[in-house]
Design a protein around this ligand. Structure first.
Ligand SMILES: [Ca+2]
Ligand SMILES: [Ca+2]
Ligand SMILES: [Ca+2]
Ligand SMILES: [Ca+2]
Length: 365
C-alpha cells in the first residue's frame, strides 16, 4: 500500500516537475539573465531609456534591455505609461519558498512618496519551450486589501499614435511646461478617454518607434487608483506621488530591500484574484499600474533597474530534487515501451486518456 502511494506521488511529480529548468552553467547567477520582451506604453522616456536607433525592432529593443539589466548592471529601463511592461528570466527557475519573499526587483524610487507603482506578474514555463507563452498570474499588493472598490480589475487601455509632434505655441492651463496637451490619445474599456501630454523636457516622440501599428493595447489587467497630488501651485508645481503600503515595484526606495522584495505566495488569478499556488517561477513581468499625468513631471511610468533571486541555493536544490524525482520515475516506467496509467499500473488495453510511456507523458486521443 505504502509503495503504491509513493508511486502515485512520484508520478504526479513527473507531471509537474518537467517545467523546472536550469541552464547548464558552472555557476548559477541570482541576477536577471535575459529580457524576453520590452513592450512599453508611450511615455516621455520611451525611445531614450533604452535608446531607440533606426532599424531597431522589438527583438533588438529587448536585447538592449538585457544589456541594461542582466548581471546586476543596474542601468534604467522605463516602461512608459499604464500597461507598459517588461518580461525577464534567470538562468534557472526560482523556487517559491513558503512564507518567504522570493525575488527582489529594483526601481528608481528616490524617496518615500515618489512612487510609480509597477505590478508584478509571474509565470511558469508549463509547456517547457523556454518562451513566456504560458498562463500569467499577478502578485497581489496592498491595494487589494486597503483600496477595495477603488482598484479596477480587468482594465484595458488603447493608445493611439500622436497626430503631431509640434508645439502649437499655446500655453497649457494644466502646466506651463506642457507643450502638447492633446498629445497621445487613450481610450479604456470603462468608457474613459484622455490624452497623455507632451512636455518641453522631452522632445522625442513618446510613441515607441519600433512599433509599426498605429495603436497599442494593454489588456485585462489591474488599474491602481491614482496616487498623485500637486501640493504646490501652477507656477510652482510640487508633486507628491504617495507610496502604496506594499507589493509594488518602484514604489519605495531600493534601500528598503524588504519593500522591494516580492513573495510568490501572493500569486492570484489576474482578474478574479483567486489565490494560486505556484512552486516555481520561470518568467517575471512588471507593468506600470497607474494611468496618470502629473504636470511638468509627466506621465507616471514604472522604472526597473534589475532583479535577483533572494534564495539562489534553495532554488537550485529544489530543481535538482525535482529533476531527480523525474529521473527515478522515468527509469521505473521505461520497460519495453509499456504503457502505465497515472497511478503507476501497467495498462494492456488503454482507452482515451493520459498515460506514461518510456518515462514520458503519452496521450491517447
Ligand atoms: Ca514565497
Ligand atoms: Ca512556455
Ligand atoms: Ca517614471
Ligand atoms: Ca520611477
Amino acid at each position: 500500500m505504502m509503495k503504491k502511494i509513493l508511486m502515485i506521488l512520484a508520478l504526479m511529480g513527473t507531471l509537474t516537475a518537467e517545467a523546472q529548468r536550469m541552464d547548464d552553467v558552472t555557476e548559477h547567477s541570482k541576477y536577471i539573465k535575459v529580457v524576453d520582451e520590452y513592450v512599453p506604453a508611450p511615455g516621455q522616456f520611451i525611445n531614450t531609456m533604452p535608446p531607440y536607433e533606426e532599424g531597431d525592432d522589438a527583438y533588438k529593443m529587448a536585447q538592449k534591455c538585457t544589456e541594461c539589466l542582466a548581471n546586476n548592471k543596474k542601468d534604467m529601463v522605463c516602461l512608459g505609461g499604464y500597461g507598459g511592461y517588461i518580461t525577464f528570466h534567470f538562468d534557472h527557475s526560482i523556487a517559491n519558498v513558503k512564507g518567504q519573499k522570493d525575488v527582489l526587483i529594483l526601481g528608481n524610487c528616490a524617496f518615500e512618496n515618489n512612487s510609480e507603482p509597477g505590478i508584478v506578474m509571474v509565470s511558469k514555463d508549463v509547456n517547457n519551450n523556454g518562451l513566456p507563452d504560458d498562463p500569467w498570474y499577478e502578485l497581489k499588493g496592498s491595494a487589494d486589501v486597503d483600496s477595495v472598490g477603488k482598484v479596477v480589475y480587468g482594465y484595458s487601455i488603447t493608445y493611439s499614435r500622436p497626430i503631431t509632434e509640434e508645439y502649437d505655441g499655446k500655453a497649457s492651463e494644466i502646466s506651463k511646461d506642457i507643450t502638447i496637451e492633446k498629445y497621445i490619445p487613450w481610450e479604456d474599456n470603462r468608457g474613459g478617454a484622455g490624452y497623455m501630454h507632451k512636455n518641453r523636457f522631452h522632445e522625442q516622440t513618446y510613441y515607441p518607434q519600433w512599433v509599426s501599428e498605429n495603436q497599442i493595447t494593454f489588456g485585462e489587467q489591474t488599474l491602481l487608483p491614482r496616487n498623485a497630488t500637486n501640493t504646490g501651485s501652477y507656477d510652482q508645481e510640487n508633486w507628491l506621488l504617495k507610496s502604496l503600503a506594499w507589493g509594488y515595484v518602484d514604489n519605495k526606495p531600493n534601500a528598503d530591500q524588504d519593500a522591494s522584495s516580492f513573495d510568490f505566495d501572493n500569486a492570484v488569478e489576474v482578474v478574479s484574484r483567486t489565490p494560486v499556488e505556484i512552486d516555481f517561477v520561470d518568467f517575471i513581468r512588471v507593468y506600470t499600474g497607474i494611468n496618470q499625468d502629473c504636470g511638468w513631471i509627466g506621465e507616471t511610468s514604472t522604472e526597473i533597474m534589475g532583479a535577483e533571486d533572494l534564495h539562489l541555493d534553495t532554488s537550485i536544490q529544489r530543481i535538482k530534487d525535482a529533476l531527480a524525482g523525474v529521473e527515478s520515475i522515468k527509469k521505473e516506467t521505461t520497460i519495453n515501451g509499456e504503457l502505465y496509467d497515472l497511478q503507476g499500473r501497467k495498462i494492456k488495453a488503454p482507452g482515451k486518456g493520459l498515460y506514461i510511456k518510456n518515462g514520458k507523458k503519452y496521450i491517447i486521443k
